[in-house]
Structure formats: C-alpha cells, structure tokens
Design a protein around this ligand. Structure first.
Ligand SMILES: [Ca+2]
Length: 313
C-alpha cells in the first residue's frame, strides 16, 4: 500500500499535536508532505512555533513547516487560550524548536504542492480554522478538482456549539472560509463534535500514554492532562475529547468511524448562530449532499491505534 500524501493545516493546540504525532507515527499509511500553520487556538506566531516543536518531539525536523494566514478572512481573530493555555501547548515543558520555519507562505505552498502532484493524490487535513484552505481555493480555483479529499475537524450537529451555543470553534473563527470550503465541490469528510466528544481521554487511556515511558508518550499524557481540566469541568465528562486526532485516525482506519453523506451549509450572517454547521442529517431538504458527516467511532479501537502509533515515535 502506498502511503497517502497529506498536508496538515493546523493551529496547535494539544489535540493538534496528538493528531500530528499519530500521522508521523504511521509512515506506512501516511506521508506528511508538509505542515501549514494558521491562526486559531493561539496567534500564528505560536501555532507555527508549536508545529515545529511537535515535529522535533517526533524526531522529524525534516518536515517542512509553513506559516499561513494570521487572521480570518473577514473578522477579527478569536483565540482559545482558556482551553489550551497561554502557549497553546501548555502541559509538557518542551524546548523551543531549532528547525527553521520555511520562508514560503503556507497558502502558496498548498497551491504549488497540489499543482505539482497528479490529480487525486494529495489530501488536505485541516485541524483549525479554514482560512489557509479557503484562501488557496480563492487564489487558485484550479486546485479544487485536483485535491483528493479534505478530511477536517470542525462543526457539530447534535452537540451544537463549544465556543457559542450554536457553533464549534474552528468554524466559528472563520465562517466565511468554511463556507468557501463547503461550497468547493471537493470530497469532504467532517469530524464534528458529535464524534470527537466520544473520543474521551479517560484516566485509564491517559495512563496508557504515560506508561509508554517514552518522551513522546509522556508529553502526550501531559498535554491531554492539561486541557482535560477545562473540559471535565465544562462537560462533567470522564475526560477531555481528543478532537483533531480523529482526522488522522480516519486516514489510517476509516472502519473505526461511521457517518452520513449529507448536505452541510455554514451560517455566515446571523449574529446568534454565526458559524453553525447546518447539517441535513435527517435529509429533510433536497439540498445535494456535499460532505460525509461523521457521527460515531469505536473509541476503544481509536485509543488502541493512537497508543500503538505514539509508541513508535
Ligand atoms: Ca486544532
């Protein structure tokens, strides 16, 4: 099996970090061409730095990291230090990166890479606000038909919102960008809160990361422990949801997930429900399906995969 070529577009974020580590620990299935950073959980200067910290943690300073858009298309940036801490990667004490940031802008890198590869051979994995992806699609509409698939974390239907009562963070930060992506005609798979809220890091699962005894295993345990404090309090759940790793796990083991191919539209104007992902889960309209909206996963299988792959780093 040839590994699937991907670009990870990200705003690390502890759960972004785990998603990246899962990809880098799975070279038989995934070839990470590059990592593009976007402003989201924390400002761009921190997300691009955190992406490099994670590559170095994984022993992969050869992965090129690019900085992209520092703000949403049409609104001021909203960040989430209340969840992720001041640095975005609070929890473990990791050294500052020594690997360089690439000079090229992330949007130009995305466009050039897709154009340079055969049609249908590059998948985009957005783990943050969709600003970089939408900007690339606006600037180079020809790439839409060349992209193999977009597998993204964002949105919610049954779980509704985590940053407002109606909206999930990634989509809320840049609803205009999300709207462009969902109207692009590209094959899209969505990991909404509906599924990520079932991927809970329980104490037992956290212990399994720590028990690996490796620097990466211990760092993952410390990262998930950090943002767990916030989520446990908020949801009263047994652990924090591990959102972004659902994206990279899907590339390796799609059989762990189930969902529906439905129409998804983004609310871009209402002040009350801005950034809501209006998913026609019950197919009550005749709007054409444009995305596979995932609703469930085998959580034990997911954490077994994650632990096994983190162990390889
Ligand atoms: Ca993220």
């Amino acid at each position: 099996m040839t590994p699937r070529k991907i670009i990870i577009d990200t705003d690390p974020g502890q759960d972004d970090a785990v998603a990246i580590l899962l990809a880098l620990g799975s070279p038989d299935e995934i070839e990470v061409l590059g990592i593009t950073a976007v402003a989201g959980n924390v400002p761009l200067a921190l997300t691009e730095k955190n992406a490099r910290i994670v590559c170095e943690l994984a022993g992969r300073p050869d992965i090129p990291v690019y900085a992209g858009c520092d703000r949403p298309l049409g609104r001021p940036l909203v960040t989430a230090e209340h969840v992720h801490g001041k640095t975005g990667l609070d929890g473990p004490a990791l050294p500052d990166p020594t690997m360089p940031l690439q000079e090229q802008h992330a949007v130009d890198y995305i466009i050039d890479t897709i154009r340079a590869h055969d049609t249908g051979t590059v998948t985009l994995c957005p783990l943050g606000p969709l600003t970089n992806i939408a900007t690339a699609l606006q600037r180079a509409p020809d790439i839409a038909q060349k992209i193999q698939q977009i597998v993204l974390m964002g949105g919610a239907y049954f779980e509704v919102g985590n940053i407002t009562p109606a909206a999930e963070f990634n989509i809320y930060v840049d609803p205009q960008a999300a709207d462009i992506v969902f109207r692009s005609g590209i094959d899209i798979v969505v990991m909404p809160l509906d599924v990520t809220h079932k991927a809970l890091v329980t104490a037992e699962r956290n212990d399994a990361f720590r028990a690996l005894g490796t620097p990466v295993g211990i760092a993952v345990a410390q990262m998930t422990e950090f943002f767990e404090r916030f989520d446990k309090e908020k949801y009263g759940s047994g652990g924090a949801p591990l959102h972004d790793p659902c994206v990279t796990a899907y590339l390796i083991r799609p059989d762990l997930f189930s969902g529906r191919h439905v129409n998804v539209q983004i609310e871009t104007t209402s002040e009350l429900t801005l950034g809501m992902t209006v998913a026609d889960w019950w197919r009550v309209t005749d709007r054409a399906p444009n995305a596979t909206f995932i609703g469930d996963l085998d959580a034990d299988g997911f954490f077994a995969l994650l632990t096994e792959r983190i162990a390889r780093l």
